[in-house]
Design a protein around this ligand. Structure first.
Ligand code: SAM
Length: 236
């Protein structure tokens, strides 16, 4: 419920230093260190679960700040601890100065992405947004609870920059058809043929690196992929 959820009034009110201490100065820090306060979060994994995608992508793209958004408190805490432990073991393994590849570029936040995504991100801030194995909400009367709905697509289009990519993967065919239908119908999302992303290591991670994706693999289930490019804003 909302009163337990912490979210900034607007993206500029968000203090990211807790999440990415190497990249953001603390509010009471006199001077930013070199390289601090120059980056923004660019990739969001919505409903990140146990964080498998983020842990796979973080060392592959050490210069890109990425964030998981997860509504369950215990799961968010698990991912927070997982990142902290990995950061610590990486920096113990390395010598002296912190180097990229130490998971400094990844974090997780407890949030209801369906309600508050625009509290965290400015217009056009994100270049990638992931919806991987989202909860299916099978019954018709529960479809409005789905994480992709016509109304919410306007919010996702707002935070995604033109040219940015929205990824969906699911093992539920009905949900795949629903997500693809609404994305196809939205003027700001252009379908990307799966063949175009066949060699994309990011899509490969999106399909295989999450905990849910691994479970589907073990059970030899199907995976349905639909990716969309954010269109240019219409000129008025
Ligand atoms: N993406 C992960 C994976 O592939 O392993 C997790 C998939 S799990 C089936 C769906 C996740 O979405 C759950 O962890 C759930 O708590 C989270 N979730 C559902 N609604 C959400 C919301 N409105 N905001 C943030 N997370 C949400």
């Amino acid at each position: 419920v909302d009163h337990e959820l912490d979210y900034p009034k607007s993206p500029s009110a968000m203090d990211w230093s807790f999440h990415y201490p190497q990249y953001f100065s603390y509010p009471d820090q006199a001077e930013p260190l070199p390289g601090q306060n120059t980056k923004k979060v660019e990739w969001a994994d919505v409903g990140c679960g146990f964080g498998g995608l983020l842990m796979a992508l973080a060392p592959m793209f050490p210069e890109t700040l990425m964030l998981g958004m997860e509504i369950r408190m215990s799961v968010t805490k698990y991912v927070t601890d997982r990142i902290a432990a990995t950061r610590q073991s990486q920096s113990l393994a390395g010598e002296g100065e912190k180097q990229p590849g130490e998971y400094q570029n990844v974090s997780v936040i407890r949030a209801n992405a369906m309600k508050h995504i625009t509290n965290f991100f400015d217009k056009g801030q994100l270049s990638k947004i992931f919806f991987l194995f989202p909860d299916p909400h099978f019954k018709n009367r529960k479809q409005k609870a789905r994480i992709i709905t016509p109304g919410l697509l306007a919010e996702y289009a707002y935070v995604l920059r033109p040219g940015g990519i929205l990824y969906t993967v699911t093992d539920v065919k009905d949900l795949h058809e629903w997500m693809a239908l609404h994305l196809n119908n939205h003027p700001l999302f252009i379908p990307i043929p799966n063949s175009e992303l066949a060699d994309d290591p990011i899509l490969e991670a999106a399909r295989t690196a999450t905990e849910e994706g691994k479970k589907v693999e073990r059970n030899k289930g199907d995976k349905w992929v639909a990716c969309f490019r954010r269109a240019e804003d219409p000129v008025d």
